[in-house]
Design a protein around this ligand. Structure first.
Ligand SMILES: CC(C)(COP(=O)(O)OP(=O)(O)OC[C@H]1O[C@@H](n2cnc3c(N)ncnc32)[C@H](O)[C@@H]1OP(=O)(O)O)[C@@H](O)C(=O)NCCC(=O)NCCS
Length: 374
């Protein structure tokens, strides 16, 4: 047996997927064959969610039915609302996200049914209810009244409404929708692989998504969008950005929002999100962050040839939209639930227990001494 170690599974192909394709060579990302750029231009987030979950873009009637199903499932139980009200106000919203999905698993009547039909129903419930639960925490910790979800609002509109009590302009909603489309799916990233690994033991979708949320939280993955904002807050003024980034690189620091395991010449999602970041900066009449953004990006490319990933533009965009920094990764969760769910269902259809090997590097075989002899 080969003892070659592939730390981080670097370059290892572990399975097939028909959900998305990351093509670093031509700088493209497709969901079920459609380029994300095309989807961002022609579709709203719900159409893309439908595509990821149900394999094809919906026609008008299918979309109407899907939106109704999402709206009908937005409510959370009184029990869950009470749990959220009793959560520590200082808890990180990613820990809240992980916990609420887990609680939904306790409450769901179909938790232990892994049939394709049941998994689709559960995926839609998790997708619809998680924004409601997170928005409840968004308000509870500010001592504000929890707002119930509203029907006849889009996914994005309803989330803004539940957080802020009002719906922003069409341009802001479009920018948010685009960010959700870009975050929805990205093949075998660490959280998706976590979800598939949990699923491979034939566990349930709530367990797999709970684990995926935990994985997304880390700063090397979804948590990067929050870290980007912390960095920009630290820099404060655009005129200080150059000194800051040169200092960080001189000290061999890792700059959050840059670099990618797969994309080495740039992340195909970045140019689209940058366009909307710029738009939101103009609407909010605040270009301070944009200036910091450009300075850091230029130095990173010039000095290190390391390009930004999608978390770099989403972080400051969400900040300008009014979201608390620690809510950026939970917003990523709301969208990625679609990708995770599709992967969980795909794993179930052709399952093989995921169980890699390890090379032992511990103590040699030895005898156990009795307690009074040690
Ligand atoms: C995403 C990430 C973990 C990819 O890691 P990876 O494929 O394992 O690549 P490595 O971490 O080995 O990076 C290769 C080299 O580039 C450097 N590098 C990579 N990303 C960097 C960054 N953001 N800032 C500074 N240097 C970076 C590494 O230090 C390493 O340099 P070395 O060869 O001199 O040691 C890494 O780029 C990173 O930590 N980025 C910041 C976190 C982030 O934005 N995550 C979101 C990803 S979508």
């Amino acid at each position: 047996m080969s003892t070659d170690i592939k730390k981080g599974l670097l370059g290892i192909v572990v399975d097939e997927t028909a959900i998305s394709q990351v093509m670093p060579d031509i700088n493209s990302l497709t969901y079920r064959g459609y380029a994300v750029q095309d989807l961002c231009q022609k579709c709203d987030f719900e159409e893309v969610a439908y595509l990821i979950l149900k394999k094809e873009l919906p026609n008008k009637l299918q979309l109407k039915k899907f939106k109704k199903e999402l709206e009908d499932n937005r409510g959370i139980s009184t029990n869950l609302r009470e749990i959220i009200k009793h959560m520590p106000k200082k808890a990180h919203p990613m820990d809240v996200a992980r916990t609420v999905v887990s609680v939904m698993g306790l409450e769901d009547k179909e938790t232990n049914n892994n049939s394709p039909e049941s998994n689709m129903r559960k995926a839609i419930r998790i997708f619809s209810k998680t924004p409601t639960a997170l928005a409840a925490f968004f308000r509870v910790r500010k001592n504000k009244k929890v707002l119930r979800p509203k029907k006849r609002l889009s996914f994005s509109e309803n989330f803004f409404y539940m957080c802020f009590g009002k719906i922003p302009s069409i341009e802001i909603i479009k920018a948010f929708d685009v960010s959700l489309i870009l975050y929805a799916e990205h093949s075998f990233n660490v959280s998706t692989f976590t979800a598939r690994t949990i699923t491979s033991s034939l566990s349930d979708i709530h367990s797999a998504i709970t684990g995926a949320v935990g994985s997304l939280k880390g700063p090397l993955h979804g948590g990067a969008n929050e870290e980007v904002m912390h960095m920009m807050k630290k820099i404060k003024k655009p005129e200080d950005a150059l000194k800051w980034i040169n200092g960080a690189l001189d000290n061999k620091g890792v700059v959050m929002g840059f670099g990618h395991r797969v994309y080495k010449k740039g992340d195909s999602r970045v140019p689209i999100m940058e366009k909307y970041f710029k738009k939101v900066s103009e609407i909010k009449k605040d270009n301070k962050l944009h200036k910091i953004y450009d300075t850091i990006k230029n130095v990173m490319i010039k000095r290190k040839n390391i390009h930004p990933n999608v978390d770099y533009p989403t972080g400051p965009t969400y900040h300008l939209m009014g979201f608390d920094t620690d809510f950026f990764t939970p917003i990523f969760v709301l969208s990625r639930i679609t990708g995770w769910s599709a992967h969980i269902m795909e794993q179930h259809t052709a399952n093989k227990l995921i169980r890699p090997l390890s090379k032992y590097s511990g103590k040699k075989h030895r005898k156990v001494m009795l307690l009074n002899q040690r």
